[in-house]
Design a protein around this ligand. Structure first.
Ligand code: HPA
Length: 243
């Protein structure tokens, strides 16, 4: 039986209201995932939750085992994943506190294990990544937000940088010239691996700072704390509408 997967990012350690039925932490062919997959029920529907940085939060973006995370969610029966992550806003209107469902990705990461198809393990497969996010799932997020009266920006290009440091002012200028609207450190290779695994994947990004800085951890934590309720409400709406 299929279920919706939820990947939580910084400040999103668990999913309040999720009735947990099982907690699995199995080794995958690609190694250990970030932490346990919490299988449970939300709005009467089966879902699975995984925290990307581990519980307690300890794994930096460049050390996350993205392959194990996606493959463990696939093993839990997830055919759709909503990924939540904190980002910096590049576009002027995407101020801290904004929520965005991006529709494009530019990948600036390097050295991450970014594919399930490597060496002689499988015949190489070149997946179509023209539209990197699943349109139907993205639309469901936007519809749910509208129904709940929560403002969410539809579309935009997500830049994924290597981290763990933030970007220099010149780097943010370059991202802007490249057409990027928001910037984070964990969206890739997560989105590409989901595509390789045949899992519909959409991103709900929380803008926690202006990418050009200055960036203060306590400000970011405050924005996250103020946004998680909205994010949960939007995801609950998706779950209820797409059992
Ligand atoms: N840059 C990269 N990743 C981020 C940022 C940022 O400004 N804010 C939150 N995650």
């Amino acid at each position: 039986m299929k279920r919706l997967g939820i990947i939580g990012g910084t400040g999103f350690l668990d999913f309040e209201g999720l009735e947990i039925r099982a907690r699995r932490e199995d080794e995958t062919r690609w190694g250990m995932p970030s932490g346990p997959v919490l299988e449970g029920v939300l709005e009467g529907v089966r879902v699975a939750f995984l925290h990307r940085h581990g519980t307690p939060s300890r794994i930096p973006p460049h050390r996350i085992n993205y392959r194990a995370n996606i493959s463990t969610l696939a093993a839990a029966g997830c055919d759709r994943i909503v990924a939540v992550a904190a980002v910096g806003g590049i576009r002027a209107d995407l101020v801290p506190g904004s929520l965005v469902v991006p529709d494009q990705i530019v990948d600036y990461t390097w050295g991450r294990k970014h594919t399930f198809f490597e060496d002689d393990l499988e015949a190489p497969r070149h997946v179509d990544f023209t539209a990197p996010y699943d349109c139907a799932l993205g639309s469901a997020l936007l519809r749910s937000a509208t129904d709940a009266g929560i403002a969410v920006t539809a579309g935009g290009a997500y830049a994924c940088t290597q981290g763990p440091r933030f970007e220099s002012a010149a780097e943010v200028d370059r991202l802007e010239r490249d057409g990027c609207d928001i910037v984070g450190m964990t969206g890739m290779p997560e989105a590409a691996l989901a595509r390789e695994a045949g899992i519909a994947y959409a991103h709900l990004a929380i803008v926690v700072n202006a990418a050009a800085g200055p960036i203060r951890a306590e400000d970011m934590a405050g924005i996250l704390a103020a946004s998680t309720g909205k994010v949960r409400q939007i995801i609950r709406g998706v779950v209820a509408s797409q059992p």
